[in-house]
Design a protein. Structure first.
Length: 329
């Protein structure tokens, strides 16, 4: 089994990570490249980043040893439905010297697999957007939210940024002195915390500034909310609690009461020691007290495990998961 190599890729909008692992857990190589999401960057550019990451990961590996691969990708269904996009990825795979098959899975499934080997459970992700998904037999079964900034993504980084601006606008409408969070948002957007003698003038400039930019850029304000919440700012703290309630509610749409299968938390806002992660853990723990809580970990390694678990020589997928995927809390 040590001669068999599997390849996993975790592809996002800002980075592409690849890893090559043996079935006894030896990491033979890793690669990193730019954003490889074809929805964001186009199929050809995305395939180029895929190829760059693969070549780096396989620099010291004979591609003939690779038996299977998995690509984890946001918008996987769109890639699979686009013949031109799939052709571009097929060419990149071949150009890396690989002749084995590869599978494409959504990033939610890869995030789930990076936190647990259990074939049944739930994954909740909050970054720029937000989505909850039910996993059955290690496949996405039911999904809640993930509807994008216009129609959903409640509790996401975008949601936090938008709500912070809305609180600021409410302060200005009522001629209230902006608090610490509102001041930070005002400075970030306008370059100054100064409010005009007529607050409505500042409102007009603020609205024009926000609406001239792509809406998703509001997610860049989420770190201001997080930092303010860490400092005990009450408006930021309230937003964090409200976001946690939204995320738990999305999870409840697809997860039955009393379910004891694992819950994996993923995305930049729910991994690490963030206030939102703590609030979500508390809310999820209250609703599903007997469910193990895990954090998403190494997505590329999880993708490699997803590729390996279907090989005929793999008879104990959970034991293999412990070898290939670094443990998370």
């Amino acid at each position: 089994m040590s001669d068999t190599v599997v390849v996993g890729l975790d592809i996002g909008g800002t980075s592409t990570r690849a890893t090559a692992l043996t079935l006894n857990g030896q990491r033979l190589g890793s690669g990193r490249a730019g954003g490889g999401n074809p929805t964001s960057h186009g199929a050809e550019r995305a395939a180029g980043e895929l190829l760059a990451a693969l070549r780096e990961a396989l620099a010291d590996v004979d591609p003939a040893r690779v038996r299977a691969g998995t690509i984890g990708l946001a918008g996987a269904a769109r890639l699979l439905a686009d013949p031109a996009g799939r052709d571009a990825f097929d060419r990149a795979w071949r150009d890396a010297g690989l002749r084995c098959p590869y599978a494409v899975h959504g990033d939610a499934l890869v995030a789930y697999a990076s936190g647990t080997a259990s074939p049944e459970g739930t994954v909740l992700i909050a970054g720029t957007g937000a989505i909850a998904a039910r996993v059955g037999e290690m496949r996405l079964d039911r999904v809640a939210d993930g509807h994008g900034w216009l129609l959903g993504d409640a509790g996401s980084g975008f949601w936090l940024g938008r709500e912070a601006v809305r609180r600021l606008l409410a302060d200005l409408d009522q001629a209230r002195t902006p608090g610490p969070l509102a001041t930070a948002v005002l400075t970030e957007l306008l370059g100054s915390a100064e409010v005009a003698a007529r607050p409505r003038d500042t409102v007009d400039v603020l609205v024009q500034t926000v609406t001239r930019r792509p809406p998703v850029e509001l997610a860049r304000l989420a770190p201001l909310v997080v930092a303010a919440a860490v400092d005990g700012e009450p408006v930021a703290g309230a937003l964090i609690e409200e976001a946690a309630a939204h995320l738990a509610e999305s999870t409840a749409r697809i997860r039955p009461t009393g379910d004891t299968t694992p819950i994996v938390l993923g995305g930049g806002l729910l991994t690490g020691a963030t206030p939102l992660a703590a609030a979500v853990r508390a809310e999820v723990g209250r609703r599903w007290p007997d469910a193990p809580l895990r954090s998403a970990g190494d997505g590329a390694a999880a993708a490699a495990w997803l590729a390996a678990r279907n090989l005929p020589e793999v008879t104990e997928p959970a034991a293999l998961h412990a070898l290939l995927v670094p443990p998370t809390s």
